[in-house]
Design a protein around this ligand. Structure first.
Ligand SMILES: Cc1cc2nc3c(=O)[nH]c(=O)nc-3n(C[C@H](O)[C@H](O)[C@H](O)COP(=O)(O)OP(=O)(O)OC[C@H]3O[C@@H](n4cnc5c(N)ncnc54)[C@H](O)[C@@H]3O)c2cc1C
Length: 419
């Protein structure tokens, strides 16, 4: 392999002339610049890169992302109903480069060596850093029997599968049966499958009034926002949705469009199969997946440093914390992590009492939404983030006004992450 090794000193030279380098006062000129490599430019990684450059003094940030543009999962279920296009959910890295001086590299990280804090890229380059932050999102468990995942798309990473699922739903017979499967927790976006089910039920009523939606939940009950979702499933959408709990997918047969589940065999004309989830492969390959039965990476939530590898941090959906796997939380974790890295480079202790928050809007119909909010604070006794009781809760019911506010919230979150 044509491997080019860029030593720290060379990276240091590569950083010269960036916006950050020019901006720091001359008194700092002798102080060596620190190198941080961020793996994954999604909700967590993009925020981290931006805030490290905003808050840090003489820190070079290299963000490695395999896709030239980010596609937001948030709002992507609205693509299924034709209310959004996938192209509307794309975000560029131009602002991170231009405004914040992040070195954005379009490449795939193939391997990371925790001992030397080095990162090997698919292009053949090896980069070295003072800190490496993993923010690569999730991966899916393989589904036995499903050789072509497009036959039963998850559409749980926004992109081609989202558009494909939209096409499959449009092509479904007027009296067809669509199936949506919900994996065991923890998975990305706890209310996401339930809000997708509500949205699809409303769309089916308007477009295929004889069709049904069968929701197979591997969990014993709604995993979040039970009041609103049970009212929607058993009230508003009761004529469309059939809800089965404790029903886990065991295998799938695309030829007959059949699922074998823990409660029997199920046929669907369209199957939105959302498999069980784990951290992205690069996290487990690096030996960091030591929590949640080896599915996610254990971290110290004061800094998001791995509990097994010094100098390596894991943020966003790949990490195992008591907070939900959500884009808003990924953005918050990134800020706590950035602050901890900046303090550590400066020789200061990390913030001993971080607070994070999350807001989430769930579409109950194509024009109405409910909301869920949570504030988490560090509990020194248990060393985990715990919900603050009087700042955590859900709306009573849903409204068109909430749907409008969802747009405002989304724009603000994406601007804070990418602009
Ligand atoms: C349908 C749906 C609706 C959702 N709605 C909401 C919502 O309303 N509110 C909310 O807060 N959250 C929502 N979420 C959850 C949210 O999208 C995720 O929690 C969030 O994207 C996690 O951020 P992340 O940075 O960990 O991962 P991602 O955003 O997935 O980013 C990971 C990035 O890493 C890159 N990557 C991975 N491996 C490598 C590698 N080896 N080399 C280079 N690059 C790599 C990927 O290409 C990707 O761009 C929703 C999710 C879905 C599926």
């Amino acid at each position: 392999m044509n491997t080019t090794s860029i030593k720290r000193r060379q990276l240091l030279l590569a950083g010269a002339g960036t916006l950050g380098m020019a901006a720091w006062p001359a008194a700092n000129a002798a102080k060596p610049r620190k190198q941080v490599i961020v793996i994954g430019g999604g909700m967590a990684g993009a925020t981290l890169a931006k805030y490290l450059r905003l808050w840090g003094d003489r820190i070079n940030v290299t963000l490695i992302e395999r896709a030239p543009r980010y596609t937001s999962c948030i709002m992507s279920s609205l693509v299924l109903t034709g209310q959004r296009q996938i192209a509307d959910l794309r975000y560029s890295y131009a602002q991170l480069k231009k405004v914040y001086g992040v070195n954005v590299v379009t490449d795939d990280v193939l391997a990371v060596d925790p001992a030397t804090l080095s990162v090997q890229l698919a292009s053949g380059t090896t980069l070295f850093a003072d800190r490496i932050v993993f923010a690569p999102g999730i991966d899916f468990d393989p589904v036995p029997g499903l050789t072509n995942p497009d036959a039963m798309p998850h559409a749980w990473k926004a992109g081609p599968q989202t558009t494909l699922l939209r096409q499959q739903l449009q092509a479904m017979a007027p009296n067809g049966v669509a199936v949506l499967t919900i994996p065991k927790v923890p998975y990305r976006c706890p209310p996401g499958p339930y809000e997708r089910a509500c949205l699809l039920a409303d769309w089916l009523k308007k477009n295929k009034p004889q069709a049904k939606l069968l929701v197979l939940d591997a969990n014993p009950d709604f995993v979040t926002e039970k009041d609103n979702f049970s009212q929607a499933f058993f009230g508003l959408h009761a004529d469309v949705i059939e809800y089965r709990t404790q029903t886990e997918v065991l295998s799938a047969d695309a030829a007959t469009m059949t699922l074998q589940t823990t409660t029997g065999s199920v046929h669907g004309d369209v199957i939105n199969l959302i498999p069980r989830q784990r951290c992205a492969p690069i996290v487990s390959q690096t030996g960091l997946a030591n929590a949640t039965e080896g599915r996610f990476a254990g971290v110290d939530v004061l800094s998001y440093e791995s509990t097994v590898a010094a100098g390596i941090h894991v943020i966003g959906d790949s990490s195992a914390t008591t907070q939900p796997k959500a884009g808003h939380i990924a953005n918050q974790e990134a800020k706590v992590c950035a602050d901890a890295i900046v303090r550590s480079f400066g020789g200061y202790a990390v913030d001993p009492a971080p607070v994070t928050n999350s807001a989430c809007f769930s579409t109950i119909t194509m024009k109405e939404a409910s909301w869920l909010e949570a504030v988490f604070q560090y509990d020194p006794a248990t060393r985990v983030m715990v919900p603050v009781a009087n700042a955590t809760g859900a709306s009573v019911g849903w409204s068109g006004n909430n749907f409008d506010q969802m747009e405002t919230w989304f724009k603000a979150l994406m601007a804070d992450t990418f602009a």
